[in-house]
Structure formats: structure tokens, C-alpha cells
Design a binder for this molecule. Structure first.
Ligand code: ADP
Ligand code: G6P
Length: 462
């Protein structure tokens, strides 16, 4: 078996019990199975350039190779082109784009820097798998430096339709760079279809089945929905966490139900809309007051980008307003926590919550939806309420699917979820767990590797 070398902007700390972000969790699960190298930014910013050699650290079967960025790289590449241009645009939020031409220079420069660092660790028989929107031009940078290994790419976030892509400065260059990979993976068929439209209509290439012919090369473009390690997550949920158990017991005695939301505090996650829908639930169904609470855990993320500062303020004001309006001396309707929770506590909280409320306005996949399902017991499962704009909705069809822009629809669906009879909950849970087991972390890794190493790809029914 060839050595697998993974590259992503951020490398997760595999020795830590808390991880936030689908890439960190998904890639972590996959790499633990196969072993290999994971190269990326160490999260540090320096005043001066350092030599390209990464710092090496071994954690079980995984070798982590990390590099710092300069303050200028951080501002132009990370905060700038990656998170103030590509992130909002790829999530269909043209209104939040904040572009300066330095950002594009920084984006190109840092992709070159990643290529230089990677060359210092690469071996001739390696296969390279690059992840996410920060590193779209990396294959092209590597080829320019003479790299001949097979190189794959997986996009964790949505790929927008051509009309939206057209708003990305130098979008033709960006998509042409994407085509320098040997395999390009997307989360959903919608994303794949959007790429097909772009390459056929804007670039004039033909896509036959899942192959795009470019001169004498062929690129595979496919749909590989990311999955989780279902058994490991279920076990964590079963083992429980003492504090969560005590709290669950207290709620049981009081006869109260819990709705849970867990996200990075990102404007794509639809958090204000979620809170408004919960407020609407309490308005429309007064009999539920005192019997239900919403727990929202939100991890800080990209706090130096203005749009994230705004969304945090909005969320805090909204949760305060709902509590001010409805709370009683012995009942707090919204429990809002700004922080990151260890994975075992998260799994136990999912299991102890009657509804998983996952309402992004746009999301590549959304692993929280899959984790909520994985954490349930079939004896008394909770109900997943899922936005139709999450990539996961293409697969998880037995969830209660909602429109996150429609608070009344969400409020009624929440009421339906909270009152759903056991038999129906079990039927839905069985169907959902079968789906996430079929396309789990191992399936994701193996199917992508089959395309990358063996040039084999059969479209998954996703
Ligand atoms: P994204 O990649 O956009 O953050 P996903 O839902 O795909 O969204 O992945 C988020 C991952 O991060 C999940 O594994 C989830 O459990 C974890 N996570 C999100 N918020 C928190 C939090 N507050 N505490 C702990 N883990 C979190
Ligand atoms: C999402 C993105 C990842 C990113 C993560 C955390 O999951 O798809 O590429 O790493 O969010 O964001 P951050 O900006 O902190 O790396």
C-alpha cells in the first residue's frame, strides 16, 4: 500500500479530545484507520519567513508535519481570500464577500509555500490527497515543481453554480487549477453538477460519465459524501459522561425535553433563524412552555472576520431576548454556550436530547447531523430535524426536512418531532443509521482511494 499524504490548511491535534470542524473530524477518522502523513498550518503566525521544512510530530500511525504562516499570509490567504472571498461565495453569500487584490496574491503565494513544504517530505511512491478551498491551486503548484505522484482533491464545502462562481475574481484560473488534480471529490451530486456546468459551458471541456478529458489526461470528478466512524461515536454516547447523565436525570424528573444544536459559530449555520424558530415554537404552542429547552453550543471560529463578529452579537441578543420574554424562575428556554465541548460529552448530549436541530442555510455536508443519528439508541431514539440546504439532506431522507428560512415551518416541524410516537421514531432511526453505516468514514476513505490509486470510480447512489 502506498503511503498516504494528506494536506489541508489546518491540521487537527489528534491527541486532543475536542475537535471542531468537519474536515478535522472526517480526515482524523480516516487517517487513524490507514495511517500516513498530515501536513498543514500549525495555527501560528510569525513576523518573518521560516525555511520550508515542516515540524514533525508522530501520533500513533499518523505523522503530523506542520508549518507556520507569516502575519501577512494569515491576513491575505487565510482571513482574506479563503475566508472573506471563497467561503462566503461558495456558500452562496455574495453579500458577505470582502475582496482586495492583495488577497489573491497571498492565496497564490501560500499555495506555493505549501508546495515547497510538501516537497521536503514527499517520497516517490506517495499518493497525495489535498483538502478544501484553501488549497485549490496546490496541484498546479506541485506540478510546476516537477511532482509526478497522483494527486486528489476533496472539497468539504459546496461548489456553487456558474452564475455565483462568476463572482470569484479570476474564477477561470481557479477552476482550471482544480482540473490539474487527478481526482476531484465533492460532497453531493448538486456540487458535482455545478462543476460539470462550469467546465462544459465556460471552459468547453466535455464530461463523459465522471471523466473530464483535458488534452492527453483524464480527470475523475465524483461524489464522495463524507462519513463518520459510527460505532466509535455510538460507543462514546453509550458510555455517557457523568455530568451529562446527572443533568439528564434532572430533566427526566421534571418531564422536560431537550432540543440540541451544535455548530461552529458561522453565519452559514443558520443560528439566528434556528433561535427564531424556537421562539416561534413557544409562541405557537404555549403548552410546550416549561416542557422543552433549546441547548445551543457554538464554537468560536474566525473571530477576526467582521461577519463572524456580527453573527455572534446577533445570536447573543436573540437568545437573551427569547429568555427575557419566556423564562420562568425555574425554567430557562435557551441554554446558549460559547465554547468547544469534548467529543464524549457531545455524544452523550446528543443521546440525551429528543431533537437534533440542524438548520444550516447552506452546508457542504454537516457531520453534526450524522453524529446525532449515530448517538441515538434504537430503544428510544430522538428525531433529527434537518435543513434541506445541508449536503446531508441528499442522503438522510428519513430526517424531518425543513426550510431554514421559514420559521413557522420549522416551529411546526419541531412540535411534530417532540410529539412523534415511538414506532415512527424507531423506523426513521433504523433507516438513518443504515444509511450512515453504509457510507461511513471507512467507505469515504476507501472509495476516494480507489479512484486515486486505481483510477476506479463507480458513482455512488448519493
Ligand atoms: P463544519 O465543518 O462546517 O464545522 P460539520 O457539522 O460538518 O461543520 O462539522 C463540525 C464538527 O465539529 C462536528 O464533528 C461537530 O461535532 C464538531 N463541533 C462543532 N461545534 C462543536 C462544539 N461547540 N464543541 C465540540 N465539537 C463541535
Ligand atoms: C470547515 C472547513 C474546514 C475548516 C473548518 C474550521 O470545516 O471546511 O476547512 O478547517 O471549517 O475552520 P478554520 O477556519 O478554523 O480552520
Amino acid at each position: 500500500m502506498n503511503r498516504l499524504v494528506i494536506v489541508s490548511n489546518r491540521v487537527a491535534d489528534l491527541s486532543s479530545s475536542a475537535q471542531a470542524g468537519g474536515l478535522a473530524v472526517g480526515v482524523g477518522d480516516a487517517l487513524r484507520q490507514r495511517g500516513g502523513v498530515w501536513l498543514g498550518w500549525d495555527g501560528q503566525t510569525l513576523k518573518y519567513e521560516e525555511p520550508p521544512e515542516p515540524r514533525i510530530r508522530k501520533i500513533g500511525p499518523v505523522t503530523q508535519a506542520t508549518i507556520p504562516l507569516t502575519q501577512q499570509d494569515y491576513e491575505e490567504f487565510y482571513l482574506g481570500f479563503s475566508n472573506s472571498v471563497l467561503w462566503p461565495l461558495f456558500h452562496y453569500r455574495l453579500d458577505l464577500v470582502d475582496y482586495k487584490s492583495d488577497f489573491l496574491d497571498g492565496y497564490r503565494r501560500v499555495n506555493g509555500k505549501f508546495a515547497d513544504a510538501l516537497l521536503t517530505v514527499l517520497q516517490p511512491d506517495d499518493v497525495i490527497w489535498i483538502h478544501d478551498y484553501h488549497l485549490i491551486p496546490l496541484a498546479s503548484e506541485l506540478r510546476q515543481r516537477g511532482c509526478t505522484q497522483r494527486i486528489g482533491f476533496f472539497l468539504h464545502i459546496p461548489f456553487p453554480p456558474p452564475e455565483i462562481m462568476a463572482a470569484v475574481p479570476k474564477h477561470r484560473w481557479l477552476v482550471e487549477s482544480l482540473l490539474d488534480f487527478d481526482v476531484i471529490g465533492f460532497q453531493t451530486n448538486t456540487d458535482l453538477g455545478n462543476l460539470q456546468h462550469y467546465v462544459e459551458d465556460q471552459l468547453g471541456y466535455q464530461m463523459n460519465g465522471n471523466r473530464i478529458k483535458i488534452d492527453d489526461r483524464e480527470v475523475i470528478a465524483g461524489c464522495f459524501p463524507i462519513g463518520i466512524d459510527v460505532d466509535a461515536f455510538n460507543q462514546m454516547a453509550q458510555q455517557g459522561n457523568e455530568e451529562v447523565q446527572i443533568e439528564m436525570h434532572r430533566r427526566r424528573v421534571l418531564g422536560r425535553q431537550q432540543i440540541i444544536g451544535v455548530d461552529r459559530l458561522d453565519y452559514t449555520k443558520g443560528l439566528p433563524d434556528r433561535l427564531r424558530a424556537f421562539g416561534r415554537l413557544l409562541e405557537l404552542f404555549p403548552e410546550l412552555r416549561k416542557n422543552v429547552a433549546l441547548m445551543q453550543i457554538a464554537t468560536p471560529t474566525r473571530e477576526e472576520v467582521e461577519a463572524y463578529v456580527e453573527i455572534r452579537k446577533e445570536l447573543e441578543a436573540l437568545s437573551g431576548a427569547i429568555n427575557g420574554r419566556f423564562a420562568d424562575f425555574n425554567w430557562t428556554p435557551v441554554r446558549y454556550m460559547y465554547g468547544t465541548v469534548p467529543r464524549d460529552a457531545l455524544a452523550a448530549l446528543f443521546r440525551a436530547s429528543q431533537v437534533g436541530f440542524v438548520t444550516p442555510l447552506r452546508d457542504g455536508m454537516n457531520l453534526v447531523a450524522k453524529e446525532y443519528v449515530a448517538a441515538q439508541s434504537i430503544d428510544n431514539p430522538g428525531v433529527l430535524v434537518l435543513s434541506k440546504f445541508a449536503g446531508a439532506a441528499e442522503e438522510l431522507r428519513e430526517a424531518l426536512i425543513v426550510n431554514p428560512y421559514d420559521s413557522d415551518d420549522m416551529a411546526r416541524t419541531l412540535c411534530h418531532a417532540l410529539t412523534m410516537p415511538l414506532g415512527e421514531r424507531q423506523e426513521r432511526q433504523q433507516a438513518l443509521i443504515d444509511r450512515i453505516r453504509k457510507k461511513d468514514a471507512r467507505w469515504w476513505l476507501n472509495t476516494f482511494m480507489d479512484a486515486l490509486e486505481n483510477n476506479q470510480y463507480t458513482p455512488a447512489n448519493c
